[in-house]
Design a protein around this ligand. Structure first.
Ligand SMILES: Cc1cc2nc3c(=O)[nH]c(=O)nc-3n(C[C@H](O)[C@H](O)[C@H](O)COP(=O)(O)OP(=O)(O)OC[C@H]3O[C@@H](n4cnc5c(N)ncnc54)[C@H](O)[C@@H]3O)c2cc1C
Ligand SMILES: NC(=O)c1ccc[n+]([C@@H]2O[C@H](COP(=O)([O-])OP(=O)(O)OC[C@H]3O[C@@H](n4cnc5c(N)ncnc54)[C@H](O)[C@@H]3O)[C@@H](O)[C@H]2O)c1
Ligand SMILES: O=C1O[C@H]([C@@H](O)CO)C(O)=C1O
Length: 490
């Protein structure tokens, strides 16, 4: 599998070959969504609030992108009495990244709790508490997932039996954790998956009495939760099938630096192994993990982070294109059905810079796609979404930790990888293609100024001297070499 495919968990169809013409020429194909209907609903909403069943704008999903979409509706003065959010969760939208970071700090290190991290605090915006939604006149239906959609009558059905008629619909249902099947112990008490705050609460209650933890999966969740378990002083083992952590993004050499740091913190690694099953003890709770090679690891708590899949149900049956994995949209987040949009993790969108259709399962895209979609919907602007991929992580952040880790990555991890620095604490990797263009940059422990260079470099893709970069004396030197190749002012 190419590294491009691995990095994005994406569909990598070149736009020109596989994208339907509606995606390539969205503006010619369709007029702005359902404008006359929208106007009639404004009148209905203004005169009767939410008493009647018509909602002008409905967002399905109460996660990261929903919170940012709500903020954008408010900024345009289009929320009050017009916007409804239908959520499966019991709480208002929050910054999901906190769940495997501040939320898992040990009890004596001031763990993050709501209302502290409601959107949009992660990007310096307002803390949108449930009261904020009320004050803005936004209707939020909690714990009432959407179960059906009729596109002819523009009506949603919820699990409690509500019928919600919409003018424009934004689908922001995100992803769900991939689970192990029940028959191999995937649902045993003490086996955890982390997607939402209810999952994180369950995990914390297990960690409070845990001694032996096994983390399955060497991706984002695996790396962040394993580091969190160190803060709780738990006997922790991480198990995954590949030969190094973060295989979709890290080079083997970069991964080794993080693995060494984790080992110094007492974490044990079992690499290149598959899981056979998870077994219960006499009390019915998880007691061990059986590996494909027959060995058994004792565990009272197991955390599974083996990937996520887009939540397309119940929308896959109503004519939306879900053959690409998520819900396919154009550069303004319009689906193939008029007046229906999709944003965030669930949306398969044209990644203009690299000329392919992608899904991105990271919060920066969740935020930006929400803002872009709502602005396009409300102002009828037609600028195509032109996203620069940005991923990051932070671990060992809690007070008293001996070594904090924080990295950022921008761009595309294709071409030759050139590593600079010794992880003391900085290290950088530059991905350079066959035409010597800088395509992607990873930086650990940079200063704010250094991190600030990354998006500009990844966006402008300067032609760099690979030999000079390889011989750079430090991360600072390498960044100087790369930025001096930029043809545009910084
Ligand atoms: C534990 C964790 C840590 C993360 N950390 C980072 C990080 O450090 N950096 C980073 O860049 N990204 C991170 N991510 C990824 C980031 O959180 C997601 O990309 C982002 O949350 C996507 O936003 P979204 O709105 O598309 O989906 P979500 O935030 O997942 O929201 C989807 C919402 O839809 C709801 N829903 C689903 N189905 C229905 C239905 N039928 N009816 C009603 N509601 C429904 C869900 O309950 C949820 O509330 C993390 C993800 C997780 C799980
Ligand atoms: N900092 C961040 O951006 C961040 C942090 C946490 C979560 N997330 C998001 O949450 C979602 C889930 O994260 P994740 O870490 O589960 O996914 P991931 O794709 O990052 O990693 C999955 C890992 O599980 C392993 N794996 C797959 N199948 C397995 C199996 N059968 N047995 C054992 N291991 C197996 C893979 O080898 C891989 O290392 C993703 O969308 C991710 O982007 C992001
Ligand atoms: O983007 C983020 O938002 C939360 C937190 O900053 C909110 O306070 C978090 O941990 C992130 O990485």
């Amino acid at each position: 599998m190419s590294s491009v495919l691995r990095l994005m968990s994406t569909i990598t169809a070149p736009l020109s070959s596989k994208c339907p013409s509606s995606l390539l020429n969205p503006i010619r194909r369709r007029s702005p969504p359902a404008a006359p209907f929208r106007r009639s609903l404004v009148v209905a909403a203004a005169s009767s609030g939410f008493a009647n069943e018509n909602r002008e704008y409905v967002i399905v999903g109460g996660g990261n992108s929903a919170g940012y979409a709500a903020r954008t509706f408010v900024e345009h003065g289009m929320a009050n009495g017009k916007l409804c959010i239908v959520s499966k969760e019991a709480v208002a939208p929050y910054e999901r990244p906190a769940l495997t970071k501040g939320y898992l700090f040990p009890p004596d290190k001031k763990p993050a709790r709501l209302p502290g991290f409601h959107t949009c605090v992660g990007s310096g915006g307002d803390r949108q508490t449930p009261e904020w939604y009320e004050e803005q006149g936004i209707e939020v239906l909690y714990q009432d997932p959407v179960t059906g959609l009729d596109t002819q009558t523009q009506t949603l059905t919820t699990s409690s039996g509500k019928l919600l008629k919409y003018g424009s619909l934004i689908i922001s249902t995100g992803c769900a954790a991939v689970r192990f099947p029940e028959k191999i112990g995937g649902n045993l008490p003490g086996v955890h998956y982390i997607r939402d705050i209810a999952d994180a609460d369950l995990l914390v209650s297990s960690l409070e009495k845990a001694q032996k933890v096994v983390v399955i999966g060497g991706g984002y969740i695996g790396m962040e939760v394993t580091a969190a378990a160190v803060g709780w002083n738990l006997d922790t083992t991480i198990v995954f099938p590949e030969d190094h952590v973060m295989p979709r993004l890290f080079t083997p050499s970069l991964a080794r630096k993080y693995e060494e740091l984790y080992s110094e913190n007492g974490i044990k690694f079992l690499k290149g192994v598959k899981i056979d099953k998870v077994e219960a003890g006499s009390d019915g709770r998880v007691a061990s993990v059986v590996l494909g090679n027959g060995s058994i690891i004792e565990a009272d708590t197991v955390i599974v982070g083996i990937g996520a899949k887009p939540v397309v149900s119940p929308f896959e049956t109503v004519g939306l294109n879900t053959t690409v994995g998520g819900i396919q949209v154009d550069s303004l987040f319009r689906t193939s059905v008029p007046s229906i949009f999709a944003i965030g993790d669930v949306a398969a969108f044209p990644l203009k810079m690299y000329d392919r259709i992608s899904r991105v399962e990271h919060v920066d895209h969740a935020r930006k796609s929400a803002q872009h979609c709502v602005r396009a919907l409300l102002t009828a602007h037609t600028h195509p979404y032109d996203y620069l991929p940005y991923f990051y992580s932070r671990v060992f952040e809690y007070e008293g930790s001996t070594r904090k880790v924080w990295w950022q990555f921008y761009g595309d991890n294709v071409g030759d990888a050139i590593e600079v620095g010794n992880f003391d604490p900085k290290i950088a990797t530059f991905w350079v293609d066959s035409e010597s263009r800088l395509k992607g940059i990873f930086l650990e422990s940079g200063s704010p100024e250094e991190f600030g260079l990354l998006p500009r470099l990844a966006r402008w893709q300067p032609v760099v001297d690979k030999e000079k970069l390889k011989n750079a004396s430090s991360v600072e030197d390498a960044l100087d070499i790369a930025t001096s190749s930029l043809q545009v002012p910084l």
